[in-house]
Design a binder for this molecule. Structure first.
Ligand SMILES: Cc1cc2nc3c(=O)[nH]c(=O)nc-3n(C[C@H](O)[C@H](O)[C@H](O)COP(=O)(O)OP(=O)(O)OC[C@H]3O[C@@H](n4cnc5c(N)ncnc54)[C@H](O)[C@@H]3O)c2cc1C
Length: 150
C-alpha cells in the first residue's frame, strides 16, 4: 500500500481512532487540535461502547416529544428565536428523515456500521495496550413495546 502523510483535525475519539488506524497501516499522521487531546465531547461521556444505538435521532417519537422539549425550562433542547431562520432548513431535513421509510433505512445503515465497531475498537485497544481500561460487563436494551422502538 502507498504510504501518505496525513493530517487529522480534531483529537477526540474519532480523530484518535482514525489516526491510530492509519498509523497501524504505516502512514505518517499528524493529529492537531485547538484544545488538549480528548478534552471535548469525548472527555465527558459515559464511556459505554454504544453499539446498540442503531436508531436514528430523527424518529416519529422525537417529533412527538418536540413541543414539550422546546417548552420545558430544563429541557436538553433549546433554540434561540434569532437562530430559527438559520436552522429551519436543517429542521425540515430532520423532519423528512423521521419518516418511517427513512428511519428504517437509517436503522439498517447504523446497524451495519455498528456490527463491525466492537472488533474495530478491540484491534485499536490492543494496539495501544489499553486493555486494562476496558470493563466487559454486558447490558440489556429493552423496550416497553413495539412502538417504543420507533
Ligand atoms: C453526556 C454525554 C454522554 C455520552 N455518552 C456516550 C457513551 O456512553 N457512549 C458513546 O458511544 N457515546 C457517548 N456520547 C457521545 C460521544 O461522547 C461523542 O459521540 C464523541 O465523543 C464524539 O467524538 P468526536 O471525536 O467526534 O468529537 P469531540 O470529542 O468533541 O472531538 C472533536 C475535537 O475537535 C476539536 N476541534 C473542533 N474544531 C476544530 C478546529 N476548527 N480546529 C482544531 N480542532 C478542532 C475539538 O477541540 C475537539 O477536541 C456521549 C455524549 C455526551 C455529551
Amino acid at each position: 500500500m502507498k504510504k501518505h502523510e496525513i493530517v487529522i483535525v480534531g483529537s477526540g475519539i474519532i480523530g484518535i481512532c482514525c489516526a491510530l488506524k492509519l498509523q497501524l497501516q504505516g502512514h505518517q499522521v499528524l493529529l492537531i487540535d485547538k484544545n488538549d487531546p480528548a478534552s471535548g465531547c469525548s472527555m465527558g461521556n459515559a464511556g459505554h461502547f454504544a453499539t446498540e444505538q442503531i436508531f436514528p435521532m430523527a424518529s416519529a417519537s422525537i417529533i412527538k416529544q418536540l413541543p414539550s422539549l422546546l417548552i420545558k425550562p430544563n429541557s436538553p433542547l433549546s433554540i434561540k428565536p434569532s437562530y430559527l431562520p438559520k436552522i429551519i432548513p436543517w429542521m425540515m431535513r430532520f423532519l423528512m428523515a423521521a419518516r418511517r421509510e427513512q428511519f428504517t433505512k437509517g436503522t439498517h445503515a447504523l446497524k451495519s456500521l455498528n456490527d463491525k465497531a466492537m472488533q474495530a475498537y478491540e484491534d485499536l485497544i490492543k494496539a495501544s495496550a489499553s486493555e486494562h481500561l476496558i470493563k466487559k460487563a454486558g447490558y440489556l436494551l429493552v423496550f416497553e413495546g413495539k412502538k417504543a422502538q420507533q
